[in-house]
Design a protein around this ligand. Structure first.
Ligand code: URA
Length: 425
């Protein structure tokens, strides 16, 4: 039998941990036998020393074994899910899930709430009156099985990889989140336990993402693709740009509104491009031969969206909440918008009330940032560049602080943005 101190010392000294040591440590921590201070020492040693492929697979397997595995093998349609590592204005799940369902797959999307400055899909959908995130496994299966719906976006139950929930909260307060092996194991334990047959990962790279360099994003993507493949899940990753926020809005109801525009055949070009790229990967991974662009154009994806929202108690026709106060930021000079920093916009939206500082806090549905120009657009001095939205106007000053230096307007032209930087799988 292992003991915590010798496991910690082994990793501290740069040794590899064996499968029994990892299984015991994760299980004993979940049961409360290994103390928080011991697990935090181990996670710091892992952050500094790393883990090899076998150790990462064992760590992931131990977290899956800590809870229940879901099983959708009885569904008539192939299952496929998408996971994004999180970015600013990243509302892609909202149009993507119904679009892929419209192509003939079942999409079981377990999502999270935002913590820190990246938004959470559930917070966005909860701005739709009546919509609820908590479903039982039976409700999920029924919605996925319904040929008129086929997509579900809901909260992961407490029994899905409980070791990860406890560990993530510990990593969050011990500066040990930024470990590629532990991020990969954390994400993939939940996705493998969810029981999807195929998975497409959107690994974000840039100022508004966990991974700021292309090399780190590629390493994270490769690690997750290997974990998924080894577990029998057909897994592909796109590495995508997150130096600039996606679309034209960051915030909960603001992003729902933009997603509905995409489903209606409009919306910002980058959101449409990424939605279609991920949809094509998902459809292929599910073994289907359908072009998602057709399902977007003919309105089937919009029908699925409406059915998906209604199936979870939401009213797709209800007016979305609007913030009570707005503040406009204007361009100080004329020129071309050559930079809009994702992190600055994300922190501003968060400070306006779109996100939370502590788990469990409420968020403001209408809060966030709307930007009126995309990279490469010409702007004129005095024209509105950004609109800040909140119910609590005392938040404007701190949001404006976050935006200081957050964009560049200059003479000349912007470098063309490459949205999709790599494909791994
Ligand atoms: N998202 C997760 O689910 N886990 C991590 O460790 C980081 C991001």
């Amino acid at each position: 039998m292992a003991d915590a101190v010798s496991v910690i010392a082994a990793k501290r000294d740069g040794n590899t941990l064996d499968s029994d040591q990892i299984a015991w440590m994760v299980d004993a921590y979940t049961r409360g036998e290994v103390a928080d201070e011991q697990m935090s020492a181990l996670t710091m040693a892992i952050l500094l020393r790393g883990m090899n492929r076998r150790e990462i697979a064992d760590w992931t397997a131990a977290m899956i074994a800590s809870g229940r595995r879901m099983d959708f093998s009885t569904l008539a349609r192939p299952t496929v899910d998408k996971h994004s590592t999180g970015g600013i204005g990243d509302k892609i799940t909202l149009p993507l899930a119904p679009l892929v369902a419209a192509c003939g797959a079942a999409v079981p999307q377990l999502s999270g709430r935002g913590l820190g400055y990246t938004g959470g899909t559930l917070d966005k959908l909860e701005s739709i009156p009546g919509w609820r995130a908590d479903l039982t496994a039976d409700e999920m299966t029924r919605i996925l099985d319904d040929p008129a719906v086929g997509a579900v976006v809901c909260a992961a139950g407490a029994d899905l990889a409980p070791a990860d929930k406890k560990l993530y909260a510990l990593r969050d307060v011990t500066a040990t989140v930024e470990s590629i092996p532990m991020i990969a194991a954390s994400i993939m334990s939940k996705k493998i336990a969810e029981g999807t047959g195929a998975l497409v990962l959107d690994v974000k790279c840039g100022s508004g993402a966990f991974m700021s360099t292309l090399g780190d994003a590629q390493e994270l993507a490769r690690t997750m693709v290997d974990l998924g493949t080894d577990a029998g899940v057909r897994t592909v990753a796109l590495v995508t740009d997150m130096n600039t926020p996606l679309g034209r809005t960051a915030g909960n109801a603001l992003e729902v509104e933009e997603s509905v525009e995409v489903l209606a055949g409009g919306g910002p070009a980058d959101v449409v491009e990424l939605t279609l790229a991920l949809a094509r990967e998902m459809v292929a991974a599910a073994g289907l031969d359908v072009d998602p662009a057709d399902k977007l154009a003919d309105g089937t994806a919009m029908d699925r969206w409406r059915a998906m929202i209604a199936a979870q108690g939401g009213d797709p026709d209800a007016a979305l909440p609007v913030a009570r106060h707005t503040h406009e930021v204007t361009a100080e000079r004329s020129g071309v918008l050559t930079r809009l920093d994702a992190r600055a916009v994300g922190i501003a939206a968060w400070r306006l009330g779109a996100g939370r500082e502590r788990q469990g806090q409420p968020v403001q549905a209408g809060a966030g940032v709307r930007w009126h120009a995309a990279l490469g657009d010409t702007v004129t001095a005095g024209q509105p560049l950004l609109t800040l939205c909140t119910d609590t106007p005392e938040r404007f000053d701190r949001a404006l602080d976050a935006l200081t230096g957050g964009w560049t307007v200059e003479d000349g032209s912007a470098q063309e943005r490459r949205l999709i930087l790599d494909r791994i799988g």
